[in-house]
Structure formats: C-alpha cells, structure tokens
Design a protein around this ligand. Structure first.
Ligand code: PRP
Ligand code: URA
Length: 206
C-alpha cells in the first residue's frame, strides 16, 4: 500500500493550529478546509488529462482537461470537514457518503449509512476521513466501497497512527493513503497521540 506523507510548510503550519486545544470550532473548520486543499492537490497529481482544442481571444490552441471521473466519499461526520476543500479543487466530482461511528468503549466502527454514486468501477474514488486511528473505520469504508465496485481507493487523512496504517496495509493493500502527519501511536482509548483530539467534536462544537 502506498503511503504519502504530504510535506509542506503550509501543511505544518495548519497542523500546528489544528492540534492546539485553544483553536475554536469556527477556526478549526477553516483550517480543516485549508489542509484538505493541500492534500487534494497532492492526491490528484497523477489524474489523467485529455487534450482538446479551444479558441483563446487570439488563436486556437491545445489544452488539457481533467479526464477522470472523480468520486469523493466523506466519512460522516468528520470527513465533512474535508469536503468543501475537495470540491473547491475538483468541482466536477460526484459525492457519496459513508456513515461510520466508533463505539465509545470498544473503538470498533459501526456502519450506519451509505449513499454512493453508481458505477464506482469507472471512477477514481477518494475517501475523506481526517483521522486514521485503529484503521477500523477506514478499512470498513474501503472494503464497503470495493463491494460497491470501486477498484482502488485513495484515503485522504489529516492525522494517521502507525496502527491504522498497519491495519490498512494488511486488509486493503491496493488502497493508497495521503496524510499530513503520521503520529506516535494510540492511547488506551484508541485516540491518536499527540493527535488533535476528537475531530468531529472539534469541527462541530459538540
Ligand atoms: C472518527 C474519525 C474516523 C474514526 C477513526 O470518527 O472521523 O472515522 O474515528 O478511528 P478508527 O481509525 O479507530 O476507526 P468517529 O467514529 O469518532 O465518528 P464522528 O466522525 O461522527 O465523530
Ligand atoms: N477519532 C478522532 O476524532 N480522533 C482520534 O484521535 C481517534 C479517532
């Protein structure tokens, strides 16, 4: 499984503010969107282009336009914080949703909702989930997308734990991961350390 850590001074700077417990939800939302833009730019670097001819005001020229069908699938709730940034850069993307929730005591994910576009096989599918902790949620979503026809899924995460990456490597080796950081590990409640806390709660102020 390919793992890409997106290294960029702007990514570091946004991460610093996201990690800060004093950051309020309204600012957290803006930061989530900003770091997502940087991740999306990296994760779409190899998308195919097709040539066509257009007329500039001065002459006819050949241009290259995006030739991939792109599907973005945010994992509810926290992945919603990455969707605006994704759609800003890829406005033609179709959007599906996966609802997953970790049990608060066992940290095991439960699937409660899904709605995705048809014919995932012909699309490049981006799963948006900012926290890759045990990897249980991402594995469940990627396996679910594969059952629905997706051929290879790119996970965009903001903070990942080594445990989550190891799980994905073993269960969904064809997936790829783009993340802003790989942190130290998980605590006994399966939260990422140093991490940034509960992303969904911080995003939505719950
Ligand atoms: C968070 C996060 C991931 C999951 C990661 O969601 O958004 O989906 O935990 O943990 P894992 O790798 O151990 O599965 P959560 O279940 O807290 O739901 P929420 O987004 O609704 O807060
Ligand atoms: N989900 C979060 O929001 N944060 C973590 O650290 C782990 C799972």
């Amino acid at each position: 499984m390919d793992v890409h850590v997106v290294r960029h001074p702007l990514v570091e700077d946004v991460l610093a503010a996201l990690r800060d417990r004093r950051t309020s939800s309204d600012v957290f939302r803006q930061l989530a969107r900003r770091v997502s833009l940087l991740l999306v730019a990296e994760a779409t670097r190899d998308l195919p282009l097709a040539e066509s001819a257009i007329d500039t005001p001065l002459e006819t020229t050949t241009v290259r336009r995006l030739a991939a069908r792109v599907v973005a699938v945010p994992v509810l709730r926290a992945g919603l914080g990455m969707l605006d940034g994704f759609l800003e850069l890829v406005p033609q993307a179709q959007v599906g949703y996966f609802g997953l929730e970790r049990d608060e005591t066992t940290a095991v994910a439960r699937r409660y909702y899904e709605k995705v576009p048809k014919d995932l096989g012909g699309a490049v599918v981006f799963l948006l989930d900012p926290m890759l902790a045990t990897g249980g949620s991402a594995a469940m979503a990627i396996e679910g997308l594969a059952e629905l026809g997706a051929r290879s899924v790119r996970l965009l995460s903001i903070v990942a734990a080594p445990e989550g990456i190891a799980l994905l490597r073993s269960v969904v080796p064809d997936a790829s991961v783009y993340t802003a950081a790989i942190d130290r590990g998980l605590n006994d409640r399966k939260f990422i350390l140093p991490g940034l806390g509960d992303f969904g709660d911080r995003l939505f102020g719950t």
